[in-house]
Ligand binder design. Structure first.
Ligand code: ADP
Length: 208
């Protein structure tokens, strides 16, 4: 199973991705997590993107595409993966299409979590307050000003992907404002019709 979760910051992509990971035994590939790890480790990539991420802008397409190209080659991604936070621009989506085609792979679904931006802002702001109250460490880009910039970047650069995948016929839209369990159930229903159509993974077939 190969999926993309599409939606603005705070739409619940991470929550749904984690659940799908345990349900389908596939890996979650979050470019945001990978880039934060690079920043934390102080690698050359990390040093290049640190300031870009802190201001809520997008990192260069070529950089994130090469990270993903390497990552999908890893053995743990063979059974499938959920892309969370990638692609984020039309050129990234085009590169992904090319990467998959070269490997004879395709996407099973692109799931768009559609949300109301005003409610979303409240949701994220209260998440930030709750984390502060618990004394948890916040991300550098978890503050209201940067959040507005991340949302603006989503609208300008990522939202066009909704049309892109609608044209490619792989888009499924879910109401991301519904309770977590309801969103999960809707996604499950969508994927069960996909799963019936796809052949069993070789590793699973051998075990039977
Ligand atoms: P968000 O909560 O905004 O969805 P992510 O954890 O996905 O956050 O990403 C955090 C930051 O990492 C982004 O604001 C951006 O700077 C960078 N980033 C993550 N994925 C990509 C990508 N596919 N293309 C460009 N930049 C990215």
């Amino acid at each position: 199973m190969r999926l993309i979760l599409l939606g603005p910051p705070g739409a619940g992509k991470g929550t749904q991705a984690q659940r799908l990971v345990s349900q389908y035994g596939i890996v979650q590939l979050s470019t945001g997590d990978m880039l934060r790890a690079a920043v934390g480790a102080g690698t050359p990539v990390g040093r290049e993107v640190e300031e870009i991420m802190a201001r809520g802008a997008l990192c260069p397409d070529s950089l994130v595409v090469s990270i993903i190209a390497d990552r999908i080659e890893q053995p743990d991604a063979r059974k499938g993966f959920i892309l969370d936070g990638f692609p984020r621009t039309v050129p990234q989506a085009e590169e992904l299409d090319r990467l998959l085609a070269e490997r004879g792979l395709s996407l099973d679904a692109v799931i768009e979590l559609r949300v109301d931006e005003a409610i979303l802002l409240q949701r994220i702001e209260s998440r930030i307050e709750a984390m502060k109250a618990r004394g948890e460490k916040l991300r550098d880009d978890d503050n209201p000003e940067v959040l507005h910039r991340r949302l603006a970047a989503y609208r300008a650069q990522t939202e066009p992907l909704v049309d892109y995948y609608r044209r490619h016929g792989t888009l499924r839209t879910v109401d991301g404002m519904a309770p977590i369990e309801e969103v999960a159930a809707t996604i499950d229903r969508m994927l069960s019709s996909e799963a019936v159509r796809s052949a069993p993974e070789p590793a699973l077939a051998q075990r039977r």
